[in-house]
Ligand binder design. Sequence first.
Ligand SMILES: CC(=O)SCCNC(=O)CCNC(=O)[C@H](O)C(C)(C)COP(=O)(O)OP(=O)(O)OC[C@H]1O[C@@H](n2cnc3c(N)ncnc32)[C@H](O)[C@@H]1OP(=O)(O)O
Ligand SMILES: CC(C)C(=O)C(=O)O
Length: 510
Amino acid sequence: MRQIEFFDTTLRDGEQSPGVALNVEEKLQIARQLEKLGVDIIEAGFPITSPGDFQAVSLIAEKVRDTKIAGLARAEVQDIERAWEALKKAESPRIHTFIATSPIHMQYKLRKTKEQVLEHTKMAVELAKSKVSDVEFSAEDASRSEVDFLAQVFSLAIKSGATVLNIPDTVGYAVPDEFAEFVKAIMTKTEGIEKVKVSVHCHNDLGLAVANSLAAVKAGIQQIECAVNGLGERAGNAALEELAMALYTRKDQYMAQSRIVTREITKTSRLVSRLSGMSVQHNKSIVGKNAFAHEAGIHQDGVLKERSTYEIISPEMIGLDMNTIVLGKHSGRHALRKSLDDLGIDIGEERFQKLFEDFKVLAEKKKVVTSSDLFSLADVHELEEELTIDYWQVVTGNNLKPTATIGLQHKNGEEKEELIKAAYGDGPVAAAYKAIDKIVGIDGELLHYNLQAIDSGEDSQGEVNVTVKFREHIVAGRGISTDIIEASVKAYLQAVNRALGKGWVMVKKR
Ligand SMILES: CC(=O)SCCNC(=O)CCNC(=O)[C@H](O)C(C)(C)COP(=O)(O)OP(=O)(O)OC[C@H]1O[C@@H](n2cnc3c(N)ncnc32)[C@H](O)[C@@H]1OP(=O)(O)O
Ligand SMILES: CC(C)C(=O)C(=O)O
């Protein structure tokens, strides 16, 4: 069996998804989970882009010791120096430098000739190599590049010290058979290819990112770049969980294995979804809510007789629904601890006590606390948010103007009266959002609002996802509650807190 390395770019390309803005602590939390998931390399960020990105890469490099940590850099001196500064403390650092090689990108974006791109490649890889032994070089828009030129660039990158060569399908233009042939041609024409690992990085613009990556595995590559839940620029990157389960389920086809601990998949997916504010579509492969649900009678009959009639993967394999104890308001700490253990949710004692309190509050409102509820409770991050809900109240009806009164608390304990406002709106949620806007002193433009039940049944909790524009910045937020208005307020407030954290808005001084 060949070994395929998983290079996870959730924290870099994934964070380039419009509306996703993770703070430093959230990135560390995700990196720690990626380590448990068994990824081989975590691309922790692009250090030159902002002080926050730099800080996140530095912190992850310092704290996450069992996984290689990569930082991205353009083929520019200042980017590589900055990436190295951020990666210095890593146990196994990798500098990932890149430059575009397609005619379109070279002519219009870089405004560089082929010779200049070759010069930048040599300079960047040599400089990176003078800092770290592990250097990845990517040819951006490789799949639209001329094969012979790309092989020339890659041959030079190897001579200059690259250890990994990455072939990105940057705009998701490739189709599987063609991409496999392209990869094979590059591998044949590049001098010294046997000394390095070959990687692919596929985007999903035509919905083919996973298919193209798998075609490249058959063509002989050693590394796949991917992101949890398929997050990433535009339509996203190849989804990590789909690649891992395809390799596992169809080893007969790929003759390859990975280090991914599949039981950690569900937990990782939910954590990323929660912190990024990007919900997973219900029919998404592997991690979608319906991925293991059987609705049709003939299917249900088949599954009841023999699961493998309609299930090619068991839910347990991805860490789903392993909760055998029914949890409710009469359950105690042992039952909760056992259920968390069964789901692979590993939390320390102090956090467990807090989770137990939250569990009791929820169990008062719901008959049964489900695995989905436990994942949500455990995902509630412990970061101190700048603003939290003190109370909320809405008045609505078909014959009156919906009104909301919102009271917030500031972490610095600002005067309470200043953080209470009332507003009208077209509906109770709009009214609540206007009241929050009044408190913060800015108009958020609600671009997207989605409400869904996290489980089936009358007492399921509601999950609200929003995307909000504050001036030119777009931020996502998510809220979960047994009350849909409260879930809506929580989601909006999370977006506000993220914008506050980034310094894009400030609580108005009165
Ligand atoms: C395919 C990918 O996903 S690549 C990664 C994309 N990710 C990002 O862009 C992350 C966020 N980016 C940023 O914060 C900013 O773009 C920065 C900090 C990287 C650069 O900001 P600025 O210096 O203001 O430049 P700006 O973004 O406007 O333009 C990019 C410049 O980099 C150049 N460039 C782009 N890629 C490369 C590269 N790989 N190597 C060298 N130069 C490059 C462009 O040609 C342009 O140069 P120009 O100013 O001479 O025209
Ligand atoms: C930097 C490279 C790997 C990239 O993100 C792309 O080409 O999509």
